[in-house]
Design a protein around this ligand. Structure first.
Ligand code: ADP
Ligand code: MG
Length: 160
């Protein structure tokens, strides 16, 4: 696990932006962490990095998924209100995952076994009011390479 600490929401956006700039068609990013940990803040940054033009990226709490257009289609999911992984079929979960878009999933654990085998997983937790630990755990060659690139980019930005 590689992790950094951010000391403001803006810095978490920046981490997301740096990651978003590296994401490519078909990537899936799984976000974990309690309410207020910064999942939506990171997603906002990812949207910036994907050059999504909409200004307001909000959690798709009631719809479960919001669609945006950036360098790739950007699918932002929030599974907080998912009561059962079986419900995922009705929102076309697999179609999003298998698409040429980038899918970011808040509360990814709620998808259970429906998650793809390989994900770029990000674990967020609150340290204090303005500090968040952001940890990255990846599997598979694609995401291992992505993490190596991200590590170098974050270091250049002096985010540690
Ligand atoms: P989640 O989607 O995990 O529930 P949000 O991103 O919606 O979290 O909310 C995070 C909250 O924490 C926001 O109110 C934000 O202003 C605040 N915050 C304070 N410090 C940070 C930080 N370093 N990174 C991200 N959010 C932070
Ligand atoms: Mg959220």
């Amino acid at each position: 696990m590689f992790s950094v600490i951010t000391t403001s929401p803006e810095q978490t956006w920046r981490v997301g932006q740096i990651l978003g700039a590296r994401l490519a068609a078909g990537d899936t990013v799984c976000l974990y962490g309690d309410l207020g940990a910064g999942k939506t803040s990171l997603s906002y940054g990812i949207a910036l990095g994907l050059e999504v033009k909409e200004k307001y990226i909000t959690s798709p709490t009631f719809t479960l998924v919001n669609e945006y257009e950036g360098r790739f289609p950007f699918y932002h999911m929030d599974l907080y209100r998912l009561s059962d992984p079986g419900e995922l079929e009705s929102i076309g979960f697999d179609e999003y995952i298998d698409s040429d878009g980038v899918t970011v999933i808040e509360w990814a654990e709620r998808a259970g076994d429906e998650l793809p085998d390989e994900c770029f997983s990000v674990y967020l937790s609150s340290i204090d009011e303005n500090s968040r630990e952001i940890g990255f755990l990846v599997e598979g060659e694609r995401y291992e390479n992505l993490l190596t690139e991200l590590q170098a980019d974050l270091e250049k930005d002096r985010i540690r």
